[in-house]
Write a new protein. Structure first.
Length: 344
């Protein structure tokens, strides 16, 4: 009697991922579409591990992954979106074929908000290198409207996606700066930072387009977060450099001394460089503004410094305390703040 049996699709997926047999991964995923919910979830966890280890592998089997974005199980859809975020961050080319499917998740008002948030994040990473594929009027509208959501993580991811669009092709948001500025007073510092960065990115390409949001940016010069203050100063410096010194016409920006306050050496340097850029720009000293620090006031500089700024913002100030709202966190609790809902 033959005791051999054919391996299950999940077993073949695991083996194919381990042996780097990408064609077999694609075939196994196709069979897993009709497997049990638990097997589908386990399969997506395997894919997430693969996304972290070998994101470029997804280029060969992305068409077999995207159907899981519409799976009946919410957990499967979320695991799929998370895997695509990991892939897009490392290899945006691999996720470009999934843009339409991700955009549909973002636009679905009945979708679980974490799935929408992760879909937006993946779209943002693709937009850095492929703005034409992502930044359609419909997707930009969904991202902007989503800033009114109550869930902090959703707003963070949507603001981050808009930032990515601006850093990929600033012209895409040139006529939407006022809509972004409406949320610069959001209660979440990451939302404020990402939107200030998006506006600064637009200003690198078309400084004069920031004139309508001068007041909103000026208000951020006293923001409680140094990185928000610094990015607002950078955007205002771009506007001042474009228009010249307008103090005689009532268009000057008051830069309070408190703008330079910071809680860490990294934050202090970040805000000081950009406040210096703003002050030099307002004085009409373009040479001094340009030499304040390499990269300040340039799109390349904004792109280069954004990830480090976010790392600093999200680093906990004290052990056992939420880095976003400061509430004490219970030991051993899930990595999500019970007060503000943000991950940590």
């Amino acid at each position: 009697m033959d005791d051999t049996r054919r391996a299950s699709p999940l077993e073949r997926l695991v083996e194919a991922a381990e042996t780097r047999t990408d064609d077999e991964v694609s075939d196994s995923l196709g069979e897993l579409l009709t497997a049990s919910p638990e097997d589908r979830k386990r399969a997506l966890r395997e894919l997430r591990d693969l996304a972290n280890d070998r994101p470029t592998a997804f280029e060969s089997f992305m068409p077999a992954v995207t159907p899981f974005l519409t799976d009946d199980e919410r957990a499967v859809r979320l695991l799929t979106a998370k895997a695509l975020v990991a892939v897009a961050e490392a290899d945006s080319d691999a996720v470009a074929p999934a843009v339409s499917a991700l955009a549909e998740r973002l636009a679905d008002e009945d979708e679980f908000y974490y799935v929408r948030a992760r879909s937006a994040e993946a779209l943002g990473y693709v937009a850095l290198d492929h703005p034409d594929a992502v930044a359609s009027p419909a997707v930009l509208a969904d991202l902007r409207v989503g800033l009114s959501f109550d869930e902090p993580e959703v707003k963070q991811k949507l603001a981050k996606a808009l930032e990515c669009v601006a850093l990929g092709d600033p012209g895409r948001l040139r006529h939407r700066v006022s809509a972004l500025a409406e949320h610069l007073d959001d209660g979440d510092e990451l939302v404020r930072y990402h939107l200030c960065t998006a506006i600064a990115g637009v200003g690198c390409d078309s400084p004069d387009s920031l004139a309508a949001v001068r007041g909103a940016l000026s208000a951020r010069l006293v923001d409680e977060n140094a990185f928000v203050r610094g990015r607002a100063a950078e955007a205002l410096g771009l506007l001042a450099g474009e228009r010249g010194d307008r103090r005689d016409h009532g268009e000057s920006v008051a830069v309070p001394d408190s703008a330079l306050g910071a809680e860490s050496d990294e934050a202090a340097a970040f805000v000081a460089e950009r406040v210096g850029f703003l002050r030099a720009s307002m004085e009409g000293d373009t040479a001094a503004a340009a030499s304040t620090v390499e990269g300040v006031g340039t799109l390349a500089g904004v792109r280069r410094t954004t990830a480090d700024a976010v790392t600093e913002i999200t680093s906990p100030d004290a052990e056992g305390v939420c880095p976003h709202c400061g509430i004490d966190l219970a030991e051993g609790a899930p990595p999500m703040c019970p007060s503000c809902g943000a991950p940590y």
